[in-house]
Design a protein around this ligand. Structure first.
Ligand code: ZN
Ligand code: FE
Length: 250
């Protein structure tokens, strides 16, 4: 059992991911930020698309569904909310469902908060999690639809995965997340990580993927209860850090 993940930047700051089951060659794309870019990457690699795995309904995640389905005949798998973009998924999935891609299995984790029905896809055998706009390197998604309590619960599910799990986030927001993190957290481990991040971005390098262990150690949203010891409830502490980021101009 193994997968090959092909990552590529698209739109202004999204990442596209093509995931290939090595045993069978079955290929999925995680979200559909840009159908043209995805088709171009597939052609470059000589891969054909079998499946779309959507994390949530936003246009920069599901906007290419109809075109990719028409061009490739792929199956669209995602949360029910994807219907809001125009077409319902062929298969609606939620918490605890399994999705097979050849010999690879993705377990669906409900990570509502950024949108109400947001999901993540976790391949335990390969230690890979595709988390959409729930968890970012040093960040987390904005609460467009859900409550702090819902998002905190979702983030805790991801934090409970093994530290070594590779986390594929859908955006390159890391430098701006790092500036905010430094404003709320004096941890030396964070400082070391942000120095490396700013240097990597100067060189034009990607800071995604990350890992669960790195995020647990340095992500201010996962560390919210430590950063706000004045707030007893962890979800409320998280909500306070999230609100601070929403109004942060750094
Ligand atoms: Zn989104
Ligand atoms: Fe997004």
């Amino acid at each position: 059992m193994s997968i090959t993940v092909h990552q590529f930047p698209c739109l202004s700051d999204n990442y596209g991911f093509l995931v290939r089951d090595d045993a069978t060659g079955k290929t999925a794309c995680i979200d559909t930020p840009d159908a043209d870019a995805i088709l171009a990457e597939l052609a470059k690699l000589g891969w054909s698309l079998d499946m779309v795995l959507n994390t949530h309904w936003h246009p920069d995640h599901a906007g290419g569904n109809a075109r990719l389905k028409a061009e490739t005949g792929c199956t669209v798998v995602g949360p029910a909310e994807v219907e809001r973009i125009g077409t319902a998924p062929d298969r609606v999935v939620d918490e605890g469902d399994s999705v097979a891609l050849g010999e690879t299995t993705f377990v669906v984790i409900n990570t509502g908060g950024h949108t109400l029905g947001h999901i993540a896809f976790y391949d335990a055998a390969d230690g890979a999690a595709f988390v959409g706009d729930t968890l970012f390197a040093l960040g987390c998604g904005r609460l467009f639809e859900g409550t702090p309590q819902q998002m905190w619960t979702s983030l805790q599910k991801l934090a409970a995965l093994p530290d070594a799990v590779t986390v594929y986030c859908a955006h390159e927001y890391t430098a701006s997340n790092a500036r905010f993190a430094l404003s709320v957290d004096a941890d030396p481990g964070l400082k070391a990580r942000t120095d490396a991040i700013f240097a990597a971005r100067e060189r034009g390098e990607w800071t995604v993927p990350t890992t669960i262990g790195l995020e647990k150690a340095t992500n201010p949203f996962l560390r919210a209860p430590l950063l706000r010891p004045d707030i007893a409830d962890p979800a409320e502490a998280f909500g306070a850090v999230r609100a601070a980021k929403d109004s942060f101009h750094g």
